[in-house]
Design a protein around this ligand. Structure first.
Ligand SMILES: Cc1ncc(CO)c(N)n1
Length: 225
């Protein structure tokens, strides 16, 4: 069995909850409260800045030019394509670029990116990929599923989000990372594979927490607005 198939089987109980989450369902049926989406966009922009750093780290840790290039492509695509979607939404939502780039991270955002940066700086390239894989892969799966909903990709506001994450280009990013994960898993002991699995499950759980944080607009309980 491909290691990514094993990862998916283990994490399926978490991933299935993404599709049921009201934030994700609200993007699919177009009913999501714009204010919740605004909060998500601001936090997700911060998230993607650190996520881009992980791809730069992947290039650094890469064993060969081909793998370095994969991470350079992931870095370029995140900074210039995916984050451009956020910048365009921010404009439509009336969020000045200055405010977008200086948003304060929510607890979940900080915990999620902090965990990935910690694991990736201390660990191997395989650890880094296990950490970042749920992000790209689950968003592609969510994009494909929402794209099946009649009208979702044509929705006047959320359509662009669905189109981005259901796109072949974004699917290619997930494919690259899955192929790299399977290649690096070859020859690893069961103990090593279990450790990669645990990392993958942890960031899969953080993905759910990011949807929940966005839906509840969870900031620091001590800092009452
Ligand atoms: C929290 C989160 N996970 C995954 C993606 C996909 O890149 C994203 N933009 N944000």
């Amino acid at each position: 069995m491909l290691f990514t198939n094993r990862l998916y089987e283990k994490a399926k109980y978490i991933w299935d909850q993404y599709y049921k989450h009201p934030f994700v369902k609200g993007i699919g049926d177009g009913t999501l409260d714009i204010d919740k989406f605004r909060f998500y966009m601001e936090q997700d922009y911060l998230y993607l800045i650190d996520y881009s750093r992980l791809f730069a780290l992947g290039s650094l840790k890469a064993p060969d030019l081909e793998t370095m290039t994969v991470f350079a492509n992931l870095l370029h695509s995140t900074l210039n394509d995916e984050m451009e979607l956020h910048r365009q939404y921010a404009e439509r939502l009336g969020i000045p670029r200055e405010k977008l780039e200086n948003t304060k991270p929510a607890p979940t955002t900080l915990a999620y990116t902090g965990y990935m940066l910690n694991i990736s700086q201390r660990g191997s390239l395989a650890d880094l990929i296990a950490a970042v894989l749920p992000c790209t892969w689950s968003y592609y799966e969510i994009g494909l599923r929402l794209n099946q909903i009649l009208g979702a990709s044509e929705h006047e506001f959320y359509g662009e989000w669905v189109k981005m994450y259901a796109s072949e280009e974004f699917g290619q990013l997930a494919e690259w990372l899955k192929n790299l994960m399977n290649k690096l898993a070859e020859g690893k002991t069961e103990q090593e594979l279990k450790e990669l699995e645990d990392i993958f499950l942890t960031t899969s759980k953080f993905e759910y927490m990011f949807w929940e944080m966005s839906y509840q607009k969870q900031m620091w309980p001590t800092d009452k607005e």
